[in-house]
Ligand binder design. Structure first.
Ligand SMILES: CC(C)(COP(=O)(O)OP(=O)(O)OC[C@H]1O[C@@H](n2cnc3c(N)ncnc32)[C@H](O)[C@@H]1OP(=O)(O)O)[C@@H](O)C(=O)NCCC(=O)NCCS
Length: 185
């Protein structure tokens, strides 16, 4: 059951979002710098956070999306979110997406969260492949994926139109065999 998923790392707790996370989530997704390369415009009202949290709960309940809040274990602050979605059962693959609030960048939190999600995905969820769709200009995201062992597999031109801006996709993939090989080193 995805609804019961809670993952612990050295500094983080990855856990389902709850209604009281709305303020912290809004702070992350209303920041134009965080949203610079996201697939929608920055949020403008707290109702978007409420709606998003409700959607995350529905996704967990139906099994369509594993979307977890990234909480700092020491303080209980919600720093961001990470999700696995677009599950394809037959082909045992999904897509990963993530965002941290600006105060939490550059501290290695996302790498820590991503390792826990990938371990979970390739074991408990029996995935064979995880994909990521990244704006090619998003250097921090590309660097993070490459550090996790993702390969850049191609460029999809003009795949997104966000608030009138046409954007390309750099498409990344990580196989279970890549991950197992890295983890055994
Ligand atoms: C992507 C994101 C989660 C990365 O988290 P982070 O905590 O900033 O990650 P790090 O600081 O560990 O940076 C990752 C790597 O990118 C590098 N990096 C960071 N900012 C960079 C920049 N502007 N240009 C080039 N490299 C950059 C870091 O030096 C680091 O490299 P290293 O592993 O060799 O040290 C964060 O920047 C974020 O939330 N961005 C907004 C949302 C977003 O774009 N999500 C991804 C959508 S696909």
């Amino acid at each position: 059951m995805l609804t019961e998923t809670v993952l612990h790392t050295e500094r983080l707790v990855l856990r389902p979002l709850v209604a009281t996370d709305a303020g912290a989530l809004f702070a992350v997704f209303s920041d134009p710098e965080v949203m610079r390369y996201w697939s929608c415009a920055p949020w403008t009202g707290i109702a978007q956070a409420d709606h998003d949290i409700a959607g995350a709960g529905e996704g967990l309940a139906s099994g369509a999306m594993l979307r977890l809040g990234i909480e700092l274990a020491a303080s209980g602050e919600l720093a961001g979110q990470i999700r696995m979605h677009r599950f394809d059962q037959q082909n045992r693959r999904c897509e990963v997406g993530y965002a941290l609030g600006r105060p939490y960048w550059g501290r290695g939190y996302l790498g820590e969260a991503m390792k826990a999600m990938l371990d979970h995905g390739f074991s408990a969820l029996d995935l064979n492949r995880v994909e990521a769709d990244v704006d090619p200009r998003n250097a921090a995201s590309a660097r993070l994926l490459e550090r996790m062992g993702f390969e850049r597999e191609g460029l999809l031109r003009e795949r997104w139109i966000v608030a009138g801006e046409v954007c390309d996709t750099a498409f990344y993939g990580l196989l279970k065999s890549d991950w197992d090989e890295r983890r055994s080193r």
